[in-house]
Design a protein around this ligand. Structure first.
Ligand SMILES: [Fe+2]
Length: 194
């Protein structure tokens, strides 16, 4: 059976987010990869007696999007730090798309930061909607509830408490969002948009 592989990331020293937090967070990421594989393996195994295992198989199918999207969300998050902080290229296609959709980069940034402060655990997402060739922002509860169909993640910001509480305390959520942008390598985000 084909399996998902845990990716490795070359993450430099970050502003605000400690090495220890990243190490612990990467362990959570590999848990999603492992469980995405486990769910599919378990469904295959139980399907040998599908009739008797129908209820459990159904529950595993329901579980899969949580594990799979948890894996993909984290891959986009960690990749965004690779290579160190780099500002957005004023002349990039992404910058153009942001201006077209939100008026200005600052207007988008302020709106995205607001999105990130949504109460609860989940993700602040910037997507590209291929169907209508436009950028869309959305909040994702947990790892999967609210992901937009047929949209690609351009930028994903993990707003689960495990990503910031150890370094910032619960009250430092806003500073974590600020530091995420201070650490972001826009070149990677621009490439993803391409
Ligand atoms: Fe996370």
């Amino acid at each position: 059976m084909k399996t998902f592989e845990t990716k490795t990331f070359d993450i430099p020293e970050l502003k605000g987010i400690s090495k220890k937090s990243i190490e612990e967070h990467l362990k959570l990421y590999s848990g999603y990869v492992k469980n995405a594989n486990n769910v599919l393996a378990k469904i295959a195994e139980l399907s040998k007696d599908a009739e008797n295992n129908a209820y459990v198989i159904g529950e595993l199918h329901r579980r899969f999007a949580f594990e799979y999207n948890g894996m993909r969300n984290h891959e986009s998050y960690f990749a965004s730090f690779q290579g160190g902080a780099k500002a957005i290229d004023e002349k990039s296609a992404l910058m153009e798309a942001i201006k077209k959709e939100y008026g200005s980069f600052d207007a988008w940034l302020s709106s995205f930061k607001g999105l990130a402060m949504t109460r609860g655990i989940g993700w602040a997402m910037l997507y590209y909607d291929r169907n209508d060739s436009r950028l869309i922002m959305s909040w994702v509860d947990e790892q999967h509830l609210g992901q937009l169909n047929a949209c690609d993640i351009i930028l994903g910001l993990d707003m689960w408490e495990h990503s910031y509480v150890a370094d910032y305390q619960p009250s430092g959520k806003k500073q974590y969002v600020e530091d995420f942008f201070a650490n972001l390598n826009w070149e990677i985000v621009e490439k993803r948009f391409h």
